[in-house]
Design a binder for this molecule. Structure first.
Ligand SMILES: Nc1ncnc2c1ncn2[C@@H]1O[C@H](COP(=O)(O)OP(=O)(O)OP(=O)(O)O)[C@@H](O)[C@H]1O
Ligand SMILES: [Mg+2]
Length: 259
């Protein structure tokens, strides 16, 4: 299977703290990979360093988008990383609360449209056609996520689990080849989490993309992951199949906090 993302000895220091120490992680085409580890392990820092929100202290990140050559993401700005084809959600929901559900998804879509500011002002025919396409594309995504009936509600008025789903829909509107989810099940009840399972599997199936998710809900991780990477205190301590990780001594110790 083709690799779509690879990090080489990726490090991030905050002052004297090694938040991330020599991480080598790879993701294959259409794989679902989980990144797990106790609080403060460096998981979100990893996402921030590959999406351009933080500069890595050393090491490198390579993306290999389908049908394109390998490109280093190091030093790229977040919007450029999105254009290359990585999309993410955040541990703390970051929706535009005062915008409608539909508008939130349309904002995501705009990184793939060609209209410039002038065309929007004069409302050229190309602008109008592209806008119609954007609405249709966004509505289709909302339907997949069971959110179409809320299209014209303000995002901030959605129930919590629906806001989490909307964040994923907005990320997918950028048409990524790799979707990064930071604790997508946080705050969900068991039934909502199971629905999320199905949704993540469905996204992979329908969009043919790879998914890397950070998640504390081990049932969800074990149910849907092809492979699991484990971090603890900035270091990579294990990787393997769900079965291998469940029985890994170092992983069990990291979670129980034992020496
Ligand atoms: N911007 C920052 N400045 C300084 N220290 C930071 C910064 N971001 C993260 N850290 C520190 O880096 C370490 C790793 O944090 P990170 O948020 O990556 O952990 P995490 O694995 O995502 O944890 P959690 O499961 O709690 O979300 C922590 O000790 C954290 O306090
Ligand atoms: Mg985190």
């Amino acid at each position: 299977m083709k690799t779509v993302l690879e990090t080489k000895d990726l490090c991030k220091n905050f002052g004297g703290l090694k938040a991330m120490d020599s991480i080598n992680l790879d993701i294959k085409d259409q794989e679902i990979v989980a990144l797990i580890g106790p609080n403060g392990a460096g998981k979100t820092t990893f996402f921030n360093c590959i999406t351009g929100m933080h500069q890595p202290s050393s090491g490198d990140v390579f993306a290999i988008p389908p049908q394109l050559n390998q490109v280093s993401l190091k030093g790229k700005k977040p919007n450029r990383v999105t254009e290359i084809g990585l999309a993410r959600t955040f541990q703390n929901i970051r929706l535009f609360g005062k915008m409608t559900v539909l508008q939130n998804v349309m904002v995501g879509r705009h990184c793939r449209t060609k209209n410039n500011f002038l065309e929007a002002v004069i409302r050229s025919s190309r602008f109008k056609r592209e806008e119609r396409e954007t609405v249709k594309f966004s509505q289709d995504l909302l339907e997949t996520f069971g959110l179409l009936e809320f299209a014209h509600n303000l995002a901030e008025n959605l129930p919590y689990a629906a806001q989490r789903r909307l964040e994923i829909a907005r990320a997918l509107a950028t048409e990524p080849f790799l979707l990064l989810l930071d604790e997508p099940a946080a705050g969900m009840n068991p039934q909502e989490t199971q629905e999320l399972d199905q949704l993540i599997l469905q996204i992979r199936e329908e969009k043919n993309i790879s998914i890397l998710l950070i998640e504390h809900d081990m049932k969800l991780v074990m149910r849907i992951s092809d492979r699991i990477f484990v971090m603890n205190q900035g270091k990579q301590i294990a990787q393997g199949s769900p079965g291998e990780i469940q029985n890994n001594k170092a992983v069990i110790q990291a979670y129980l906090g034992e020496e």
